[in-house]
Design a protein around this ligand. Structure first.
Ligand SMILES: *[C@@H]1O[C@H](CO)[C@@H](O)[C@H](O)[C@H]1NC(C)=O
Ligand SMILES: *[C@@H]1O[C@H](CO)[C@@H](O)[C@H](O)[C@H]1NC(C)=O
Ligand SMILES: *[C@@H]1O[C@H](CO)[C@@H](O)[C@H](O)[C@H]1NC(C)=O
Ligand SMILES: *[C@@H]1O[C@H](CO)[C@@H](O)[C@H](O)[C@H]1NC(C)=O
Length: 461
């Protein structure tokens, strides 16, 4: 009697235990499943920062695209006051002497044309610019009388800036965000320069307090506003690439710079950033990996789906790159990825990193303004001689807090569906001063070019 009772009890405990474990398993599976559900109610439940998710992720239970953590801690030094700033400059060993084309070719078959910011660079000049030599002269924007002019008071102010944090606001999309966690040492060391166009300056003055300093300087908190007069492009996005990529031309005294997009609030001390991303690994250029894409063709596909630029022109841009030998990214190749997350760029301004920036800008000037497409191409053209650090995307997301734009980006050129709508004559042509390479006949037959197939790995991309 007693034995039977005992057996029954053990069985009960066992069954209850198993049931209990099942319940936990189902709850866990639901947790993971909710994170990939396309039903917004379930994906809203997903909490990727939760302990459970992290534990499951570490156990390898979470499927591939999900195990990309959004944020992760950056291995920073503890104390900005203890950072030792390297003496001197990183030596220039490949390119030693870099100069820039300042005047445009104004005559063409007997016709005079107006100067373009990027110059009327022809195909053979572009080819030549990718051949590394110790003395080089390349196009790099800022062609005489083509716009983007700074006030004398700003030119004078930026002369003293050896360490800069730069951001930019164009077409009144944002208001300046004050960086946080900036040490006293960094406040003294760095110039915080916010580059704006006239529309944005007016917008900023209407919405936030702008202080004037008696020397013609305008300030919003820590940011010194730097006005660029006469925007050289019709597309605000193209104008926004000037301070971002050609920072070394606007602020020629800068030895170290951190670029951050206008909609972001920097939350990490800039000196700690330079130490982490440049000095620790002896790099002169650092940029984050894109969260989802590795191949420029994947990125181009996503740009088309999201209407980031005219689809036929994105295709033309990619066909030119494919024709010129750019392959789809493969694991185990020369780069850990061909696609960066371009909103933060950390640089020491050596001749090589400046050259890279010029060539990158020239691609953006000649083709579509989607700089994430041309970055990997320029890396490829320099044959691995341009060394840079591509850091994990989850660290990138720990550098800033995102503030949404004050309104949505939109431009007529994004809705263009075929090339004939963009023949340069019609009223829909919104790009009279940018994208020269898209309108100039290409010296090669692109008809037979087939773009590499793209596997859509993430719905978010
Ligand atoms: C490109 O421009 C350079 C400099 O103006 C000129 O010498 C060269 O002949 C041009 N090449 C072509 C193919 O038009
Ligand atoms: C900025 O100011 C304009 C005009 O005063 C106003 O219409 C707009 O709502 C303001 N925007 C923000 C983000 O404060
Ligand atoms: C930096 O400031 C933000 C608030 O803007 C805060 O949430 C964050 O914890 C700070 N980070 C560090 C490393 O101090
Ligand atoms: C391009 O679009 C225009 C109108 O938007 C249309 O009239 C024209 O037929 C189209 N051309 C081609 C080649 O599809």
């Amino acid at each position: 009697m007693k034995i039977v009772w005992k057996k029954g009890f053990i069985r009960l405990v066992l069954v209850a235990g198993i049931l209990w474990m099942f319940l936990i398993l189902i709850a866990l599976l639901f947790h993971v499943w909710s994170c990939q559900s396309s039903v917004s109610f379930f994906s809203a439940i997903c909490n990727k920062d939760s302990k459970v998710f992290t534990v499951l992720n570490n156990m390898g239970i979470v499927p591939e695209p999900l195990n990309l953590q959004h944020r992760c801690p950056i291995p920073l030094s503890n104390d900005p006051d203890k950072i030792v700033i390297p003496k001197g400059r990183t030596p220039d060993d490949i390119v030693k002497d870099l100069s820039y084309v300042t005047d445009d070719e104004l005559w063409n078959n007997g016709f005079q044309r107006s100067p373009l910011f990027g110059g009327h660079q022809n195909w053979s000049q572009r080819e030549e610019s990718f051949k590394l030599k110790s003395t080089m002269k390349v196009h790099c924007g800022f062609v005489r009388n083509s716009g983007a002019e700074m006030a004398p008071s700003d030119i004078k102010y930026v002369k003293k800036c050896r360490f800069v944090v730069t951001s930019g606001i164009f077409d009144g999309y944002d208001i300046p965000q004050q960086p946080s966690n900036i040490s006293l040492r960094s406040k003294k060391l760095f110039c915080f320069l916010m580059v704006v166009d006239e529309i944005s300056l007016t917008f900023i003055m209407q919405n936030v307090t702008v202080k004037e300093d008696g020397h013609g300087g305008k300030w919003v908190g820590i940011w010194r506003l730097v006005l660029l007069k006469y925007p050289p492009y019709d597309e605000p996005r193209r104008n926004g690439k000037i301070p971002k990529i050609l920072l070394h031309r606007l602020f020629p005294q800068a030895q170290y710079s951190i670029w951050i997009d206008g909609k972001m609030e920097l939350i990490v001390d800039p000196l700690l950033i330079l130490e982490r991303y440049l000095w620790r690994g002896k790099y002169t250029f650092a940029i984050a990996q894109h969260k989802h894409h590795h191949s420029i063709y994947e990125e181009a596909d996503a740009n088309k789906r999201r209407k980031r630029y005219a689809r036929p022109l994105i295709d033309l841009h990619m066909k030119i790159y494919r024709y010129e030998g750019m392959e789809s990214w493969k694991p185990g190749g020369k780069t850990i990825s061909d696609v960066p997350e371009g909103a933060i760029i950390i640089r020491e301004h050596t001749a090589m990193s400046n050259l890279f920036s010029c060539l990158w800008f020239n691609e953006v000037d000649l083709f579509t303004p989607r700089d994430q497409l041309s970055f990997g191409y320029v890396v490829y053209r320099l044959g691995g001689l341009f060394k840079f650090y591509m850091f994990p995307n989850c660290e990138y997301n720990s550098l800033f807090v995102l503030h949404p734009h004050t309104r949505e980006h939109s431009s007529a050129v994004e809705w263009v569906k075929n090339i004939t709508e963009l023949d340069g004559k019609g009223s829909r042509m919104k790009e009279s001063r940018g994208g020269l390479g898209l309108w100039t006949p290409y010296p090669g037959n692109l008809d037979s070019v087939v773009l590499p197939p793209v596997a859509r790995t993430s719905k978010a991309g």
